[in-house]
Design a protein around this ligand. Structure first.
Ligand code: OTU
Length: 673
């Protein structure tokens, strides 16, 4: 080979040639020209930059190697056609946002980020109503609003909106797509980004695609996983866990119209899509881009672990799931780079970081955010046990997310809490996994002796004995019981517990999510029992309606609402003054010489460090102050106490019952006070 010819690995050569063919196709049909000269140049650069990130996973998924190259090329041209049309449909506003986000790619991981999660109807009636309540969010420092499912869902039971009939229509009770556009713009004006759910894994049985399938249309029949008899369903079910063992047993449902079994991982009215079919991929790509073009900035990708099935496995976290996410990531980025993906993957700790693109063979762009389910579970575990040993060990064993990505951290959400403590993590600290999980379910159902919690069991699995928990954060932390008992001391303790949990999630790094009502300590809501479409699903216990009367007490320091609200505002202020929490840092738990005290060190390559401390005991605890020095915070100050120096006694640092501290070096904090 002559020296002048560069050695290009074949893989890259194929990708480059394919890319050029895709680009010429877009030029031939005028798609690029329609973007206007400037945006066409930018689009072309993005396509060149990200093409391989789409090409490689798509080829692995749909590019059957053997002689079907023209087919695959046609598929690519079609997908990029969808992408270029979406780029063309993007409004001027959003194109400017795209530029801003490309200049500031870790915008969603700034230390100023604070999320709020609510149902539009329960919070403020409808989308327009939400727009009128933004002051409430601004007071809490919110910069990110996750509105729970708001697209048109089936009538009757719809799993809280997770059974969508039309991804391009807003639930008419909440408004329409124009209201969604108006709200996303109003939010942006106030420095808040909108996040909404995209239910990728399944549609409602009443979705147009499913209706066509039921009417016998072979094109749409191929959108779903259907089986003429029980042979394959039975074979799959030998290794499939049940998501809702009591409410919707099994993973297949008989459909009378189809005269077949349909794959339904969740409720029987939620039909799993078949992503082996590239038509499904193309259809969902259009959905994502349509939603991105309404100004939604964060897409919460629901139930992603379930997207690909494989016989003999639990049909979660299959390698193809990651390929799908990588391909979608690259394609959406080319048209709408201001859009961030958030993975809803509530899976074993060892499988989580892959959703953020951390793979054995290096980093591949996937989702930018993912739920830190382990942190949430271990917080409640430590609170019940009054001991942080398991939490320290289990979190210490987890991998770091890639530096360009981050966790969303949370105390409570709309789902049950699944007690995802692995047997290995439990064993590492001398606990039996099953016993500890049963303890947690019992503790948070309020039936363990000495429990302060008032919750309920969810998803009790008669076969395995597993149980999850429902209840609002306030009720689980003891506020409901304390108010019933009318004992101020119990209430002080419960308020301190709830703030303790939030002090950890606000100080971890990533985006903390505040769940609606937790800023006021809203208790369990049993009104769902009167609604037959909800009565069977006690997750509605912790989906209360916003109590605006309670909110009116938020500045009254003598009330529960006032104490929680002020506490959360203090945390928000401290976060904004804490650059180490910015994206690009890493967080690791640290052992202390007190099992009740959880310590974590946040380190940022440019912004320095922060040592977080949280005392899970109902009495004061002390730790060796040498630890603080060892973490590089010898002359440290506590951001949670207005920059005061930590209380030291006989070389030990003292934390009150359920007390917390965020210690930063004094000189680092000087500029911010
Ligand atoms: C999600 O949760 C939603 O958060 C739920 O509210 C929905 O019911 C469900 O999807 C179906 O759309 O199993 O217990 O690993 O754990 O997707 C909740 C992800 C769930 C799953 C998660 C699912």
């Amino acid at each position: 080979m002559p020296l002048s010819e560069p050695v290009v690995p074949r893989r890259h050569a194929v990708a480059a040639a394919t890319r050029d063919r895709v680009l010429s196709a877009l030029e031939r049909n005028g798609a690029l020209q329609r973007l206007g000269a400037r945006d066409a140049a930018v689009f072309r650069t993005r396509l060149q930059r990200h093409f391989a990130d789409a090409f490689a996973p798509l080829r692995a998924l749909y590019g059957h190697e053997s002689g079907e190259q023209p087919h695959f090329q046609a598929l690519l041209e079609r997908l990029f056609g969808i992408v270029s049309e979406a780029a063309e449909a993007r409004t001027e506003d959003l194109r400017i946002l795209d530029h801003r986000r490309e200049v500031d790619p870790d915008w969603f991981l700034h230390e100023t980020m604070i999320g709020y999660v609510c149902y539009a109807d329960l919070f403020a009636g409808d989308l327009a109503g939400v727009g009128e309540r933004l002051d409430h969010l601004a007071e809490l420092g919110v910069t990110y609003l996750h509105l729970m499912p708001l697209l048109a869902a089936r009538d009757g039971p719809n799993d809280g909106g997770y059974a969508v009939v039309d991804y391009t229509r807003v639930d008419p009770r909440l408004g329409d797509v124009d209201d969604l556009r108006a709200l996303s713009a109003a939010l942006r004006e106030r420095g808040m980004s909108l996040c909404i759910d995209v239910v990728l894994n399944h549609t409602a049985r009443e979705h147009r695609w499913a209706q066509a399938a039921r009417a016998g249309d072979p094109h749409y029949l191929a959108f779903y996983l259907t089986f003429m008899d029980r042979t394959l369903p039975d074979a799959y079910e030998t290794t499939l866990p049940e998501v809702f063992p009591d409410l919707a047993p099994g993973s297949f449902s008989w459909d009378d119209d189809l005269r077949a079994w349909v794959w339904t991982s969740f409720y029987d009215f939620q039909w799993d899509l078949d992503y082996r079919n590239p038509e499904v991929f193309a259809a969902m790509l259009e959905v994502l881009l349509f939603l991105a073009n309404t100004g939604v900035e964060v897409l919460r990708l629901d139930a992603v672990p379930f997207l690909w099935k494989r016989l003999g496995t639990d049909c979660q976290n299959q390698p193809e799931v990651h390929l799908l996410l990588q391909a979608l990531r690259a394609l959406v980025r080319i048209a709408a780079p201001a859009t961030v993906f958030k993975a809803e993957a509530i899976v074993a700790p060892g499988k989580l970081v892959r959703y953020l693109g951390g793979h054995d063979d290096g980093q591949r762009p996937e989702c930018e955010l993912a739920y830190h389910n382990q942190l949430m579970v271990l917080l409640w575990s430590a609170l019940a046990a009054r001991d942080a040993t398991l939490m320290t060990a289990a979190l210490g064993r987890m991998e770091q997310p890639p530096r360009t990505t981050g966790w969303v951290t949370y105390v409570r959400g709309h789902d049950d809490i699944g007690w995802a403590v692995t047997d290995a993590d439990a064993a590492a600290v001398g606990l039996d996994g099953a016993t500890h999980r049963a303890f947690l379910a019992s503790f948070y159902a309020g039936d363990f002796p000495g429990s302060f919690a008032q919750g309920e069991r969810f998803g009790v699995n008669a076969a395995t004995g597993d149980a999850r928990s429902s209840g609002t954060a306030a009720s689980l932390a003891g506020i409901e019981a304390a108010l019933e008992a009318g004992e101020p001391e119990l209430l002080d303790a419960a308020v301190a517990r709830l703030l303790l949990l939030h002090a950890v999630i606000y100080g971890w790094g990533g985006v903390p999510l505040l769940y609606m009502g937790d800023e006021l300590g809203l208790r369990n809501d049993r009104s769902y029992l009167r609604d037959p479409t909800r009565a069977g699903d006690n997750r509605w216990l912790h989906r209360p309606r916003m109590d605006w009367k309670a909110a009116a007490r938020r500045h009254d320091a003598g009330t529960v609402e006032g104490r929680l609200f002020a506490g959360l505002r203090r945390l928000a202020d401290a976060r904004r003054r804490c650059p180490p929490l910015r994206g690009g840092g890493a967080t690791t738990p640290w052992w202390t010489d007190s099992p009740q005290v959880f310590a974590w060190l946040r380190q940022h390559p440019r912004e320095g460090g922060m040592l977080g401390l949280a005392n899970f005991s109902d009495t004061a605890s002390t730790i060796d102050a040498g630890l603080v020095a060892h973490a590089g915070m010898a002359a440290g100050v506590d951001l949670l106490r207005d920059g005061a120096e930590p209380v030291l006694r006989d070389g030990r640092l003292e934390l009150p019952a359920w007390g917390c501290a965020w210690i930063v070096p004094a000189e680092a904090s000087r500029w911010s006070w």
